[in-house]
Every structure is written in C-alpha cells, then in structure tokens.
Design a binder for this molecule. Sequence first.
Ligand code: NDP
Length: 447
Amino acid sequence: MADYDYDLITIGAGSGGVRASRIAASYGAKVAVAEEYRVGGTCVIRGCVPKKMLVYGAHFAEDLQDAKNFGWTVDNCTFDWKVLRDNVLKDVDRLNGLYTQTLENNKVEIIPQRATVTGPNEVTLGDGTKLTARYILIAVGARPHVPSCPGHEHGITSNEAFHLDELPRRILIAGGGYIANEFAGIFNEFGTHVTIINRSDKLLRGYDEQLRDRLLQISLTKGIDFRFNAEFRGIEKLESGALKVSMTNHDPLEVDAVMYATGRLPNTEGLGLAEIGVELGEKGEIKVDRFSKTNIDSIYAVGDVTDRVQLTPVAIREGHAFADTVFGNKPTAVDHSCVPSAVFSHPPMCGVGMTESEARNKLGSVKVYTSDFRSMKNVLAGRNERSLYKMVCDDADKVVGIHLLGPDAPEILQGAAVAVKAGLSKADFDATVAIHPTMAEELVLMR
Ligand code: NDP
C-alpha cells in the first residue's frame, strides 16, 4: 500500500469538516485539516450563530414595547448597535477557540492555509508545500451569490452585515429566502427601513404557502416593504453617499445600504477539482453518492459544497457519516428526507416533512388540520399577531408534515419533528395530553 503523509486531509474547518476530522481521528486516523480563514466555518463565524444572537437582540424591540401592558415602565430605551455587534463578535471568537480546541484535543493537526487539490491523493498548500493523504475530504462550504449588475460592488452580503460600523437608515435586501427574511426582521426591529426585492413573486420557496403568506402579512404590518418580480439593473452611488438601485418593473429606490441574499454558491472555484477530473454540477457543486464519495474513490465531499441540503446539522451528519464509513468500518448514508428547518424571521417559521401542496401532489388526498391563534402573551401585550400551525396527514392519518409560524416555533418543532420522522399518526398526537397553557399544546389539540 502506498505511503501517505496523512490518512485524511480535510479542506475546510466548518461544521462538516470539523466533525468529520474529529471522528476520523477518534478511529485512529492521522488527520490534518487545512483552513484558510477561521476554524468554525460559516455557521459559527458568519452565519447561524451570530445571526441568532442578532435575532435575540432585535426581538427586545418588541419585548420592551410589550412590557408596558405587563406593568413595566421602560422609559428612554435606547439601542447601541456597536455594543451588540462587539459582544456577538466576542462570542464568535470564543466559539472559534472552542472549535480549535476540539480539533487539537482530538489530535487533528490544523494547517492555517488555503489548500488546493492537485491529485487524487495530493493537496498543495498556499506556501507551495505538497502533502499526500489516503483520503481527501472537501468541506469548503459556499459563499454568497452576488448579482453581476453595474455597481454591484456597492452592496454587501451577510458576511459584512455582522461588522457594520453603523446601522443604515434604509436598506434594500435582494432575495426572498432565508437570509433576506431573517436580516429584514433584524434590521427592521433595530429601526432601519427595510425593502426586500425578489426576482419572483414567491418568498421562501419550499415552505408551506399559507405560512409564507402569513409571514408576508405580518412583515408588511411591521413596516417591511416588498417589491416582487424585481431584478437588479444596477446600483449607482450618489454624491450624498446614498445608493440608487434600479430594478425591473419598479421605480428606482434610494437607500443607504444594499445587501445581497440571493443564494449561496459552492466554493469550488480555484480548488483544482475539475482539473483532476472530479465531477461538478452546474453551480460548481461537487457531485457525490449516498456516502459522500465523488467519482474519484479517494475524494469525498460534505456540506454546502455538495449543495444537497445547505444546513449546518446536515453537514455535521454528512461529516460524521463519512468518518464512520471510511474510518469506522460502519458504512453510513445520510438520510436527507424529513429534515426539519427554520427561518428565524420575526416571528420565526419552520417546517418538517411535506407541505400541503407537496402532499397533495404526491399523495392525492390529504387531511389538513390548522390552528390559527393569538398567543396569550400577544393578547395581553395588545399585539395583533397571530400564529399559524398546520399539520398535514395522509389518508391513513399518518402525519406527513408539520408547519409552524409563531413565537418560538422552531423550539416547538424540534420535538414534533421526531414524531413525524418516526411516522406517528394524528391519533398519537391526539392521545398525548396537552401541556397547558402553552403554544405547543396546539399540536395535540388540532381538530
Ligand atoms: P435562499 O435559497 O433561501 O433564497 C435565495 C433567494 O434569492 C430566493 O428568493 C431566490 O429567488 C433569489 N435568487 C436566487 N438566485 C438569484 C439570482 N441569480 N438573482 C436574483 N435572485 C436570486 O438563499 P439565501 O441566500 O437566503 O440562503 C442560502 C442558504 O443558506 C439557504 O438556502 C439555506 O439553506 C441556508 N440558510 C439557512 C438558514 C437557517 O437554517 N435558518 C439561515 C440562512 C441561510 P426565487 O426563489 O424567486 O427563485
């Protein structure tokens, strides 16, 4: 057998790469992970984690307002963006340290350099060093897509949003997906005027239509503007420093900042993969089989770079399954069905399994149960914001989808997702006693 420098070289120390490397090392493999930026990847450094902290920070705007009806006097409230920003970034540093420590504790060598693939078993580092490995795992994630219109350089992406010196007075967010809706909620709660523009007339494709519509109505009530069927034409920087954005089907709009949230592209550019014959898809995603193996036996890929399901917990599972398969003698394919997901908008929305329209298309006849209610807290606060819960069942009453919109919905869905994954029926939900008074009890009280 050939002699290699390592059993495994992972490129990219994000969620998938770190998990794969750590587990492979626990099986006794000699592992190195090359990372050109910071250990932790998108989720920890510039994604899920700092975003969620901003969501918490933003929600105080409503909580402080609502507090009045609960008897609290909260005069002279002010918000200091820099305090929140710096605290969030400090926590990101802490997590970056923890992730680094995890790798070190598991005897994974961290190589703080960019690496490219120069052969089926060879990686070349930024400084020219060539290293060999029995297996190479690509876990380099994805990057924001930036439209190629004139003046696009004046816009930012979610990467920069965490580092802003000050909050813009007016922001235009391009895209109608996860990032657009989450950041629209964040900026809006902080007092920035937000306009979302999307190329189609659909927000959050893939989520249940009724819930998407409810989120749109609530977002409009909160003051977020929407422009649909609007594609970027260009951005012009005015003398005042403001940005004038031209788009199809609508008048130009003057704002202080533009943020692109128009999807994320696999980070395969310049990685050397095509050159050595690794099969890539149209967007540059790495094509893999059920075990995350590419068409080259020694090269695997996990996470966003494969563009299967661009979610952190999925990347972690893929990384773990890779290590079990290749180093643990336990061939494991990740099950990508029935993956629960959430949008941390204000209020959040989430779902697991089939939406009503997917179920109708796939199963023909379905039964749908809904609960449309105002949470107790919103009633007392005088906040006219209604939650919407939806359960989709097949003919035999098996629950095939649950979709929730309302305060803390993702916290509630995680438990219910277990039931959907396990194939439980409506009768199982009905047989479960409610926890009263909660919002979650609606799940067992739907008739
Ligand atoms: P999404 O895929 O969620 O949404 C992309 C949006 O941009 C859609 O509205 C789409 O329009 C539009 N769009 C796509 N391509 C173009 C284009 N070429 N020009 C103009 N508009 C375009 O992407 P995000 O960037 O919001 O997020 C990327 C991914 O990251 C998500 O898919 C998700 O997997 C993950 N993520 C998950 C989060 C979570 O779990 N809470 C949070 C943030 C990100 P249309 O639909 O009309 O085609």
